[in-house]
Design a protein around this ligand. Structure first.
Ligand SMILES: [Zn+2]
Length: 222
């Protein structure tokens, strides 16, 4: 593991893309949300009062609570409990294939894929279930894949202050497969490299080979 590059060099040119907490908005009442779904059913051309659709607004509103539960969680607080007794472990920690479901903020269509998270600890590590929870918090919001990739990497970087962070996301966007250009089977790959994974080509190559993503050579860096 080569760590000769200076991580502070990379931090200065990494732009923090978004705040941890989304802007607070006034939440409509449940009744307003139900009425909005009824409106969309009429917009689709159907009758919200026919028997088969009577329970649909309620189901959609409850689904939204599940799909978008990440707005109520604070990702920084989630990572606060870290462990310092690592007996000098100073190699890459990698959690692969964390499945996620999100929704694109342009069409509210599902984005389904997996996240790979790696970091090179300086002296603190975090429980692996917390990494999976971190993915959930950002996935359960209206998203674009590039932003989600950056948010996960930036939050880990800020809280753990490791020597390096690498986040790679591979996902299929249903707004591309079920509408618009109708291109099934297309996966988008995004990555965010911080610290030594950004500045040191050897470290970057090592982490990408551990992640083993087929498109690692042509990922879109955010
Ligand atoms: Zn979309």
């Amino acid at each position: 593991m080569q760590t000769s590059a200076n991580p502070s060099l990379s931090k200065s040119n990494v732009q923090k893309i978004t705040p941890k907490q989304p802007v607070r908005v006034r939440r409509p009442s449940r009744e307003e949300a139900l009425e909005a779904v009824r409106t969309l059913i009429r917009w689709a051309g159907d009758d919200p009062d026919r028997e088969g659709l009577l329970g649909t607004p309620d189901r959609v509103v409850r689904s939204y609570q599940e799909f978008f539960s990440g707005y109520d969680d604070d990702p920084v607080a989630l990572l606060q409990r870290t462990f310092e007794e690592t007996d000098g472990y100073d190699e890459i920690v990698l959690l692969k294939d964390i499945r996620f479901e999100s929704h694109c903020e342009h069409h509210i269509a599902p984005i389904i894929g997996k996240v790979h998270i790696a970091y090179l600890p300086s002296n603190r590590v975090v429980g692996i279930s917390k990494l999976a929870r971190l993915v959930e918090v950002y996935a359960k919001r209206l998203q674009i894949q590039e932003k989600m990739t950056a948010q996960i990497a930036n939050t880990l970087d800020e809280v753990l202050q490791p020597k390096g962070v690498a986040v790679v996301i591979e996902a299929a966007h249903q707004c591309m497969t079920t509408r618009g250009v109708h291109k099934p089977g297309v996966a988008m790959v995004t990555s965010r490299m911080l610290g030594v994974f950004r500045t040191d080509p050897l470290s970057r190559r090592e982490v990408l080979s551990m992640i083993g993503t087929p498109a690692a050579g042509s990922t879109q860096n955010v």
